[in-house]
Design a protein around this ligand. Structure first.
Ligand code: BES
Ligand code: MN
Ligand code: ZN
Length: 469
């Protein structure tokens, strides 16, 4: 089973001063000569024999006469700070307690601490030998440790959920995680399971999930003051995507445990929002299913009556994400919240458009779009807008039902998927859809290969700015 202690403290960063803490001086390639010239002869020669140039990833240890570490000089390269610079430094350093000599701005100090702590992230749940190196950073008053720890807890919760293999992260496990989160923050939770989905009219969720051994469910969390502005998060919770009868080739299926990435994102974001006590009435909706194959699997050509009442022709059983999301979005729209945000590992086309690291977002609110773009850069959380280009709606036309779940051409696949979702968001509610990869394709400092949270820091900071108490 999945094990994760949500309230666990982040141990690699602290505000407690520690007497023996080792100082780190950051030197960029541009300031190398100036800095070197001020050193004594012995130290200059130490820099030289170590061929220290100030590049990112270089760490130079200056020892005491007794053989201990006196202080550290770390390269900062030619560019600006980024959290991943500090991940790199933390990964390279030997076990110990450190502090930064530099007086950083609050923004830089926060991201230095964030990057530092992310170097400590490992998904080692199934490993016998765990890496236990402890590299601790003592931060100064300029760092908002509460905020940073919130980013970290949200991020590692999302990563852990994505990384957990489907055998231990089915719809029922996802529901269990949601229940624990709700309990921790005294939120209300309602879970509609199996046949009950049909009784309540969530037919698309049941249809996609009915062939799996573990029954589908709809998770509905409500938290906060009922009178506060209502914000609703919706996350795609496809615990495994075989493609259904339109089965995926093995190369495309091998990472599909991550197809509940949207659910992992909204739970991680929910953790951040609830532990920060934002002044909103938060709702989290997760349709949790496995898109699997059995005799009772849904088929290409089937027509499903959605919760909204519109009928959907199944052009392809592998376009299941938009199917499970559409009933959740229609339900979300009923109470007319101030904003709906959905996260989903929805299309391969989004990856073709922007690659694996930049997540496209779609929104019907142009002011919000501009704000998200600006924030995302500030948060080192790359997002980019794509258009809800209405003329492409015709690509979703069906002659047998009100809409088809796939576009009639493969072109603009991320846009047609977003337009499909859009038709289930009613009442002109401001809405953002993020088509995330939820995965690091290769390892980098602070970002090991595997599950990744994308866009949740940006959305969180947007909400903090607008709804802090
Ligand atoms: N979960 C996939 C999308 C996906 C694939 C995200 C790979 C990230 C990486 C989704 O359910 C899917 O299969 N989409 C199809 C849609 C198509 C059948 C219209 C796709 O993108 O190929
Ligand atoms: Mn699919
Ligand atoms: Zn999918």
């Amino acid at each position: 089973m999945f094990r994760y202690n949500y309230s666990e403290d982040v141990k690699s960063i602290t505000s407690k001063p520690y007497k023996g803490s080792i100082s780190i001086t950051l030197i960029g390639t541009g300031e190398l000569d100036h800095w070197k010239n001020k050193l004594g002869r012995k130290q200059q020669s130490w820099v030289k024999v170590n061929t220290f140039k100030g590049n990112v990833g270089e760490v130079l240890i200056f020892s005491t006469i007794e053989g201990g570490i006196d202080h550290i000089v770390a390269g900062k390269g030619a560019g600006d700070y980024s959290p991943w610079l500090f991940s790199r430094i933390a990964e390279t350093l030997p076990e110990g307690s450190y502090h930064l000599k530099e007086n950083l701005s609050e923004h830089d100090a926060n991201f230095a601490a964030f990057g530092w702590a992310m170097a400590d992230y490992k998904y080692d749940h199934y490993l016998k030998d765990k890496d236990t190196k402890s590299v601790i950073l003592t931060v100064g008053d300029n760092c908002n440790l509460t905020r940073v720890k919130s980013w970290i807890r949200g991020t590692i919760l999302a990563r852990d959920l994505v990384n957990t293999p489907t055998c231990d992260m089915g719809p029922d496990d996802l529901a269990l995680v949601a229940e624990r989160l709700a309990k921790q923050f005294k939120a209300k939770i309602e879970i509609t399971r199996g046949e009950e989905l049909l009784i309540k009219g969530y037919n698309t969720i049941h249809t996609v999930g009915r062939a799996a051994e573990k029954e589908p469910c709809l998770i509905d969390i409500k938290w906060g003051n009922e009178k506060a502005p209502k914000i609703t998060l919706v996350g795609k919770g496809v615990c495994f995507d075989t493609g259904g009868l339109d089965i995926k080739p093995s190369g495309a299926m091998v990472t599909m445990k991550k197809d509940m990435g949207g659910a992992a994102h909204v739970l991680g974001l929910g953790q951040m929002i609830m532990e920060s006590g934002l002044d909103i009435r938060l709702r989290i909706l997760i349709p949790a299913v496995e898109n699997n194959i059995a005799g009772n699997a849904f088929r290409p050509g089937d027509i499903i009556k959605s919760y909204k009442g519109t009928t959907i022709e199944v052009g392809n059983t592998d376009a299941e994400g938009r199917l499970v999301l559409c009933d959740a979005l229609a339900l979300a729209s009923e109470e007319i919240p101030e904003l709906i945000i959905d996260f989903a590992t929805l299309t391969g086309a989004a990856r073709v458009a922007l690659g694996t690291e930049v997540s496209p977002y779609f929104t019907n609110d142009s002011k919000l779009s501009a704000e998200l773009l600006k924030l995302s850069e500030n948060e080192y959380d790359p997002l980019w807008p794509l258009p809800l280009y209405l003329p492409y709606e015709k690509l979703l036309n069906s002659t047998l039902a009100d809409i088809n779940n796939i576009g009639s051409t493969g072109f603009g696949g991320a846009i047609t998927a977003a337009l499909f979702l859009k038709s289930f968001v009613t009442n002109d509610i401001p809405w953002v859809h993020l088509d995330v990869y939820a995965w690091n394709a290769s390892a980098a400092a602070g970002k090991p290969k595997g599950g990744e949270a994308m866009g949740i820091r940006t959305v969180f900071e947007y909400l903090v700015k607008k709804y802090s108490k």
